[in-house]
Design a protein around this ligand. Sequence first.
Ligand code: UT7
Length: 332
Amino acid sequence: MLNNIKANITAVGKYVPEKIITNHEFEKKLDTSNDWILSRTGIKERRQVSNGKASVYMGIQAVRNLLKKTHIKTDDIDVIIVSTITPDMFFPSCACLIQKEIGANNSWGFDLSAACSGFIFGLETASNMIKSGIYKKIIVIGVDTMSSILDYNDRNTCVLFGDGAGAVLVEPSNDYGIIDSLMKIDGSGGDYLYMPAGGSLNPATKETVEKKMHYVKQDGANVFKRAVKGMTDITLEIMNRNKLSPSDLNLFIPHQANQRIIELVGNKLDLKTNQILINIDKYANTTAATIPIAIYDAIIDNKLKTNDNLIISTFGAGFTWGSMYINWNLDG
Ligand code: UT7
């Protein structure tokens, strides 16, 4: 390991579909209301990709958006990591399909499954590949087409999620980038958020379709409690071991699953409202895409400046969770 080398995010891209579904549209079909959704989750609307398009399409758009903001050529890309639980198909991987479309002719890559933690787990993987000294340019994409696995008759889940993609370029830096990180999994949480069918245990049959086993199932209250504790505990550990007080943090970007979760974690970390990025109102929970989309929005809104201390944090199905401390500088 070249210990002085850090992995740094040097460009960010985003794509969200044009089609907006407001809470009011759910009111017409389900026993729900804008008031309930907004007050319990903070969500006002979400995006939905159009028929015939899915995760690969959104991932490509996010990478193309990223490439406009950087000097690199697609042939320079060494590795493509696609974090998603909604790949276009099991194989070939989204990484292969995206590689072909963007013309990254000298790369290899793979898909990574860690639900809402996928992007941070992908970034952690990229960080260690950069620190090895072997790879110089890695694209990490967080993308999910949640509309493809939602039961639009189930008010407990369908109002919570949206479609979208974000992508980052990770390169070596001597000065800035990822300083510290902490990742966890706990499979005892597997029953609280999952999709029962479609894998090798329950392949698609008439019965699995009739029993609605190809949709997201969630025990929301249980996941809620574990998410608050999980994100708080590891973020505090990262802050303590890096001697960061709450006021040292310029921005905290948490996974966007529920505004109440975000506010509870923010309170426990003793952060002020202006230190926390919240955009769940616009996009709902885009699973692996929430963090890169939020990073993109933070840049556009001038909330991230050179030398800022940023912590990103997430919690998702598995259970999976992780936090990462980044000393920010897009210019390396
Ligand atoms: O990103 C991956 C990780 N996921 C999360 O972090 C999600 C974590 N969980 C949550 O965000 C929240 O638990 C939910 C938003 C899913 C639910 O909020 P809650 O305050 O925990 O509500 P609840 O599950 O305790 O349900 C309260 C009531 C139930 O009715 P009864 O049984 O009390 O009569 C639900 O049926 O709210 C009902 N309900 C709804 N009512 C109107 C659930 N969804 C809806 C809805 N509209 N859309």
